[in-house]
Design a protein around this ligand. Structure first.
Ligand SMILES: [Zn+2]
Ligand SMILES: [Zn+2]
Length: 429
């Protein structure tokens, strides 16, 4: 761990007594995760006589009554904007909760307040029960609106970090928490710079053995046996972050398995290790039975440390490590989708070769065509003429660079998918 005492920031700001926070957090009360009763009296306390159905009346009919709120005063506050219906929030909440618990145990002055974007009370209550921190009451629309406007919240999840004086320390620390967990505290620019420098040093000294030692193992599982990590050294190794209960993973696993088989047939030095993101062992076991490659042993929880190390944000993710133990790419999934087994060994040089070959091949395709799946004429586009990363509307896989595009609708397909349909042939696989 790098120097710099994270508690310093709290100590410095603690004298303010929450005066600045008062101007930010003007909610009347908070609710705790265990129930819907109003539990915390915070900073300002409204007694409202307005019609409950008219939130605009509320603001004009409030008596303000100030109380102290020791749970929050003097602390770094994370305002957590989230909603239970949004999968990214569902995924981020346990990550934030883990960091929160660790910070509590360390005695770091950190508190989180949920600002829910849920649309109905039962959803809010269900969601809030999964969290160990207080929330702005569901009915306090005025407060939620004010906070959203003040911090210009457009996307969720969003974690606005405030210092004890109510000044913004970080406009959105969700990424930092994903990446560094409790180590991100106190979320200052100086702390971020330290963590990033630390990462650079680690990446430069990375070896396969060091990577697996993150989980304290010198071996991986393969066909019921323990395979020493040392036997993988010198190979190109794909670290496959995936989970059983994940539809995109199931789809990608099948594709990767086919490519793995092809590469094995070519006898190249390539291996894949499944890095489990499963929440339950049962899912892990099922994933293992679907995969013809090696697997990291299951430790009773998702392999968060490795995911964090590689900054894995979504699954499936395929990180490729080269024969020298250094990271070749974290974008293996896209490269497999785009180039299949031809992507191997996933290096920049290989990808450049493939792109040049695509440019060459594109010359053989018609400039425009009528595709069976779309009512308008499609025109050929490339990176240089308005193309970019896309999802093919025909095969639903990623595409990059060359495409047939409908300018009017944004309908876009791979050249190969367009050609198949043009020729009237059946499959586009
Ligand atoms: Zn396609
Ligand atoms: Zn169209």
């Amino acid at each position: 761990m790098v120097g710099g005492d994270p508690e310093d920031a709290v100590a410095e700001g603690g004298g303010g007594g929450g005066g600045g926070l008062r101007s930010v957090l003007t909610m009347g009360s908070l609710v705790d995760p265990s129930g819907n009763e109003v539990l915390f009296l915070m900073l300002m306390f409204y007694i409202c006589f307005g019609s409950p159905s008219s939130s605009s009346l509320v603001s004009s009919l409030c008596f303000l009554y100030t109380v102290r709120f020791p749970e929050i005063e003097g602390k770094i506050i994370g305002l957590y904007f989230a909603a239970n219906w949004y999968p990214k929030c569902e995924a981020f909440t346990p990550v934030l909760a883990a960091a929160y618990q660790q910070l509590k145990e360390r005695g770091a002055g950190f508190e989180v307040v949920l600002v829910s974007c849920d649309e109905d009370r039962p959803s809010f209550e269900r969601f809030h029960r999964t969290m160990p921190w207080p929330a702005v009451p569901f009915g306090d629309l005025r407060c939620k609106k004010r906070l959203s406007e003040r911090f210009q919240v457009e996307g969720i999840p969003r974690l606005v970090v405030l210092d004890p004086d109510g000044e913004v320390v970080h406009p959105d620390a969700a990424d930092l928490v994903h990446r560094y967990g409790d180590r991100a505290f106190p979320f200052t620019a100086a702390r971020v710079a330290e963590l990033e420098a630390d990462d650079q040093r680690k990446y430069a000294a990375q070896t396969l053995e060091k990577l697996f030692s993150i989980h304290g193992r010198g071996y991986v599982n393969g066909g019921g046996e323990q395979v020493p990590v040392s036997s993988l050294v010198g190979k190109t190794v794909g670290l496959y972050f995936s989970a059983h209960r994940c539809a995109p993973c199931i789809k990608f696993t099948a594709k990767l398995a086919a490519i793995y088989g092809t590469l094995k047939g070519k006898a190249v030095d390539f291996e894949i290790v499944y890095i489990p993101m499963d929440k339950e062992e049962d899912g892990y076991q099922r994933s293992c039975s679907d995969m013809p490659w090696l697997a990291l042993p299951y430790d009773g929880a998702p392999s968060r440390e490795l995911a964090r190390y590689f900054d894995v944000r979504e699954i499936p993710t395929l990180v490729v490590v080269g024969p020298d133990g250094k990271t070749v790419t974290r974008d293996g999934r896209n490269l497999v989708n785009l180039y299949f087994d031809m992507a191997f060994p996933f290096t920049d040089a290989q990808i450049r070769l493939l792109q040049e070959a695509e440019d060459e091949a594109a010359k053989g395709y018609p400039q425009s065509l009528r595709h069976l799946g779309h009512r308008h004429e499609l025109s050929i586009v490339s990176n240089k003429s308005g193309g970019g990363p896309y999802i093919c509307c025909e095969c639903e896989e990623q595409g990059l660079g060359w495409a047939y595009q409908c300018i009017a609708c944004g309908y876009e397909i791979h050249l190969r998918c367009g050609r198949n349909a043009e020729g009237g042939s059946a499959g586009t696989g």
